[in-house]
Design a binder for this molecule. Structure first.
Ligand SMILES: Nc1ncnc2c1ncn2[C@@H]1O[C@H](COP(=O)(O)OP(=O)(O)OP(=O)(O)O)[C@@H](O)[C@H]1O
Ligand SMILES: [Mg+2]
Length: 315
């Protein structure tokens, strides 16, 4: 079972518009609502891969109730922690040429008691869990060390834990030795405090985060592919992609693929790359199903192209 933790989930409402005109009343030609949030994306992809997954998230108001119902429809068990605030609604406006305009709400503030109830919800399920995936930024009210506490309590329960977050929340959690972290190039650059221009620079940054506590670093480098740096060595994986439709959620899909394939070693890296490549060929943050994957397009190697410049250097 793969448990995900999404501290700031959302209801993602998408409106398709004939044109986006400022200051006008716009009539949507179609609209939909999807469960949103990075851990929830991971659960969606894990469920699509046929694994059992439980999503822990704070839920509040009618929006929270609707989110729980939508999760159920996606085959995800919702372990909602009731909060006084209301689950946020994020809005995406889609123009006919595919241009997306997003409005993300800050989300509710979490009280100290609710923060504790979230930790309890994870602890109650940790012993029955193979992996705990904690994804996204921390909402207002959750202390910067909240993920660090979660890593410590998960390890006490014998569960392995992966963190996909950034900034101070990531740095603070390293000292508790998370089993895996999944930074993208920007998050990696921010954590080591220097820009990254080549694959080799990303490898050195990942090695530095290992010396600071991460046991394994799965670094996603956008179009350039992914690095896996663990105690056994360094692996590089990439895939051919003809047309990129949307890279939103590609990292979440990758992480789901990695965990569904065991969460360790080059075979899991290959699954992560296959899921990332499939995700970018799907619209919005749609998560790939096994039918969308093309494992034959993926290559992994220990012969890492250290001198290769990153397509999008990270500052
Ligand atoms: N333009 C692209 N072409 C081919 N593959 C891509 C592209 N963008 C992303 N991918 C694949 O998806 C993986 C994850 O993408 P990325 O590094 O952008 O994650 P991310 O920034 O964490 O995304 P998010 O947080 O939105 O889910 C990449 O490592 C790669 O395998
Ligand atoms: Mg990401």
């Amino acid at each position: 079972m793969i448990l995900t933790v999404t501290p700031n989930p959302s209801l993602d409402r998408t409106y398709e518009l004939p044109a986006l005109t400022r200051g006008a009343v716009l009539r949507a030609t179609a609209d939909r609502v999807d469960p949103g949030g990075k851990g929830i994306n991971v659960s969606r992809a894990v469920a699509a891969a046929g694994h059992r997954t439980v999503a822990v998230a704070p839920l509040g108001g009618p929006e929270g109730a609707l989110l729980a119902r939508l999760l159920g429809e996606h085959g995800i068990e919702a372990a909602g922690v009731q909060i006084a605030g209301s689950t946020r609604v994020n809005v995406t406006l889609v123009e006919p040429d595919g241009t997306l305009t997003k409005v993300n709400a800050a989300g509710p503030e979490i009280t100290a008691a609710e923060a504790e109830a979230l930790l309890d919800a994870v602890r109650a399920r940790s012993a029955a869990t193979d992996w705990i995936a904690c994804c996204g930024s921390l909402p207002r009210g959750l202390p910067g060390e909240w993920y660090a506490e979660l890593v410590a309590s998960s390890h006490r329960a014998g569960a392995r834990i992966v963190l996909d977050t950034s900034g101070a929340a990531l740095v603070a959690a390293l000292r508790e030795r998370p089993d895996v972290i999944k930074p993208n190039a920007e998050e990696l650059a921010e954590a080591v405090g220097r820009p990254l221009a080549t694959v080799g620079a990303a490898v050195r940054a990942a090695e530095e985060l290992r010396t600071r506590g991460a046991q394994c670093v799965l670094a996603s480098l956008g179009a350039d592919g992914q690095l896996l740096v663990d105690g056994s060595g360094t692996y590089f994986g990439s895939a051919r992609v003809d047309t990129v439709r949307s890279n939103v959620g590609a990292g979440d899909a990758s992480l789901a693929g990695f965990l569904a394939a065991g969460g360790t070693g080059p075979a899991a890296l290959a699954a992560a790359v296959a899921h990332g490549a499939a995700a970018v060929q799907l619209p919005g943050s749609v998560m790939p199903t096994p039918a969308d994957l093309d494992p034959s397009s993926v290559t992994t190697t220990t012969d890492v192209p250290l001198d290769r410049p990153l397509t999008e250097p990270a500052s």
